[in-house]
Design a protein around this ligand. Structure first.
Ligand code: XIL
Length: 302
């Protein structure tokens, strides 16, 4: 193929980008989006603070702009994210105990129901494990409602939208030898053993000097897949520039294509100037929308 999306589709995969609703009026941005990508993830618009800014009052207008753009252009939508310790609205940040558990489950149910039938994959739970060597859960108000909060969220999401693939999504889970990766692996293995509904694992894959692309990345992808779930690379960006960066993009794509259940790749933004990284050039297009060496390497590898 001559575009990322078309080439990925030839291999039975999607190639997506994180999209911001307020950039859908930027013609350069939309031109690249429509030409190159066949999946989108709302960068912020489906987070809890955006969709339920006041308890019980839901706000879907900005997320809808992205979902409608995707549907009008034949793109899949990754929903991101239903339950997370971060970007919670103020009312939720101050909650705890059964009230928070009920509010979290109501949020999952209401948002997944509103978008039922329109979401390919939901990041049901995001970033629930701690960094470092413990393999422990991250401490958060949600975690303090009880260790079973993750499975409760997945069961609520399944009930609300039985057709969506339900993913657990996290960062620093790329290196197979890291405790955090093993902890997520054990969670998924346990869910599969006990029949807790889970269909996919998202590896954010934000690669930089602190968390570089690991040589065992393909082992991580294939090991999760062997548990009977799809694997998706959900927020890819790679610090650096030029040939070094291009070669890392090439390796990431090759690793995904080598694993049959690695079903798609999403980059976390379109142009370098769209990146959440304050400085740096981690994406496939430069600030003018021109293709970088990283783009060419990615397309060649697909
Ligand atoms: C980031 C967005 O890109 C920023 O615009 C926002 O200010 C903060 O969140 N992991 C995730 C994403 O799961 O939701 C984060 O997105 C990046 C890290």
């Amino acid at each position: 193929g001559t575009t990322l999306g078309a080439s990925a589709a030839e291999k039975g995969r999607y190639f997506g980008a994180a999209v911001a609703a307020n950039k859908l009026s930027d013609s350069t941005y939309v031109g690249i989006l429509n030409r190159e990508f066949n999946s989108v993830t709302p960068e912020n618009e489906m987070k809890i603070d955006a969709t339920e800014p006041q308890q019980g009052q839901f706000s879907f207008a900005n997320a809808d702009r992205i979902v409608n753009h995707a549907r009008a252009n034949g793109m899949k939508v990754r929903g991101h994210t239903l339950a997370w310790h971060s970007q919670q609205p103020g009312w939720m940040q101050n909650m705890s105990g059964t009230a928070l558990r009920q509010a979290m489950l109501n949020h999952v149910t209401q948002v997944a129901t509103y978008y039922r039938g329109k979401i390919d994959s939901w990041d049901v739970v995001n970033e629930a494990f701690a960094d470092g060597s413990t393999g422990a859960r991250r401490d958060s108000n949600l975690q303090r409602t009880g260790n079973d909060w993750i499975e409760a969220a997945f069961r609520a999401a399944r009930a609300a939208d039985p057709g969506a693939k339900l993913c657990y999504n996290d960062y620093n889970t790329d290196n197979w030898s890291h405790a955090k990766t093993q902890a997520v692996y054990n969670l998924v293995r346990d869910f599969k053993a006990r029949g807790v509904p889970i269909d996919c694992v998202g590896l954010q894959s934000h690669f930089n000097s602190g968390s570089p692309y690991p040589s065992n990345y393909r082992t991580t992808l294939s090991s999760f897949a062997a548990l009977g779930v799809d694997v998706q690379i959900t927020e890819l960006d790679i610090e650096g520039s030029g040939t070094t960066q291009a070669n890392t993009y090439r390796n990431v794509v090759a690793d995904c294509l080598a694993v049959p259940r690695c079903t798609g790749i999403t980059v976390w933004g379109i142009r370098d100037t769209d990146s959440w990284r304050a400085s740096g050039t981690p994406l496939l297009f430069d600030g003018n929308g021109n293709k970088k060496p990283a783009y060419t390497a990615t397309l060649e590898a697909l």
